[in-house]
Design a protein around this ligand. Structure first.
Ligand SMILES: [Zn+2]
Length: 373
């Protein structure tokens, strides 16, 4: 179905559906309905853009039938922009990733300006989060406290060790900033996508492509710090692993350019594409564990990266299964639906990875390319 056909189709559909008349129709856009001015438009003039129900939505917006209300449909860009301060079913989707973006912007600034207090303060926070998350799931609380104590001990051990062996030569930071930049790009494009895709079918298709590109970029750039720093002294692995994940990312982006694959029918397929990129990381991870078996930092970095994997996989499960809204449709329209949980878990996953990256950096700063740890 061509775009014009689709526009006509939507127009025809909306004849039964006068709620979608907009106050500020833009003449250049084909899919905004503004031909049905009649008695109802008088009452429309006095009220702000109203939120509509799932059944009043144009087809392109019918993505999740378990979210029943508080939709914005075909809103002008200005109204969509200011809806960031209004309650609708995307408000928290926008804010969760906007806050994540601001958080990573702060981390990037703190590291660029070399303010260790801030980057360490936040790393201290991230240090306690993922460990508790990882242990809680599989073990009882006794083990959890034992794990927490070990973590504190590890910190105490590393501190004097650092003083005795001052950095040989600080390693280059660019792979670290590539990861921070990629995460920021993903989080910001996701926020923008959720804020503006209610504007029109055409814009929502473009924004979805940017959103999927953002996710792919975040996955690819996440590989840079661990691959670069772990295999710093065997750069041939940089080409193999970073080249491999970049090729997979390109394939993912090109595949998802097809508009049909952006529909709700292909939700699980998209999740599979993204998670297979993540699963590719198992190969260099196993490689790194074998090569660095005697490294005292092995367990702490593995704990961080396992926490990251757990956050991402749990998030993806929520995204695919659409829990909890499928159990109680309409109850989680504004807060608590799967996509918001997914967003929060993505930010936690990225923070856990940030924690691991700090350990890699500190280790490489200390040992350089010498074979001592
Ligand atoms: Zn999202």
């Amino acid at each position: 179905m061509s775009f014009r056909d689709e526009a006509i189709f939507i127009k025809r559909k909306t004849k039964n559906n006068m709620d979608q008349d907009t106050l500020h129709p833009s003449p250049d856009k084909k899919d905004v309905i503004h031909h049905h001015h009649h008695h109802e438009s008088c009452s429309n003039k006095s009220k702000r853009h109203a939120l509509v129900s799932f059944w009043e939505l144009p087809d392109y917006m019918k993505d999740n039938e378990f979210i029943l209300n508080y939709y914005r449909a075909n809103w002008p860009l200005k109204e969509a922009f200011f809806s960031i301060f209004r309650w609708h079913n995307e408000t928290l989707n926008v804010w969760t990733h906007l806050i994540g973006f601001i958080l990573f912007l702060g981390l990037a600034m703190a590291n660029l300006m070399e303010i260790p207090q801030i980057s360490d303060l936040i790393s201290l926070l991230t240090r306690s989060f993922p460990i508790s998350g990882a242990t809680n799931v599989s073990q009882n609380s006794e083990d959890f406290f034992a794990g927490a104590t070990n973590l504190i001990d590890l910190k105490q051990i590393t501190q004097p060790e650092m003083d005795l062996n001052p950095p040989v030569m600080p390693v280059t930071r660019w792979p670290f900033f590539v990861f921070l930049g990629g995460s920021m790009f993903c989080l910001l494009s996701s926020s923008i996508c959720h804020l503006f895709s209610c504007h029109s079918h055409q814009l929502s298709l473009s924004l979805l492509r940017i959103d999927y590109t953002g996710i792919t970029v975040m996955i690819i750039t996440s590989f840079f710090p661990p691959i670069y720093y772990i295999f710093q002294c065997e750069p041939q692995w940089h080409f193999i692993y970073l080249g491999g994940i970049t090729a997979m990312g390109m394939f993912t982006i090109v595949t998802l350019l097809a508009p049909a694959l952006s529909t709700s029918k292909f939700r699980a397929f998209r999740a599979l594409l993204f998670s297979s990129m993540g699963f590719f990381g198992i190969v260099p991870a196993v490689h790194a564990v074998i090569v660095n078996w005697d490294n005292p930092k092995r367990d702490i970095t593995l704990a961080y990266e396992s926490a990251m994997a757990l956050f991402y996989l749990t998030g993806t499960a929520f995204y695919v299964m659409r829990i909890p809204e499928r159990w109680k449709p309409g109850w989680f329209d504004l807060a608590g639906h799967s996509h918001q949980i997914f967003h929060v878990l993505v930010v936690f996953g990225a923070l856990a990875h940030y924690g691991a990256t700090l350990v890699f950096l500190e280790w490489r700063d200390r040992v350089g390319c010498l074979n001592i740890v």
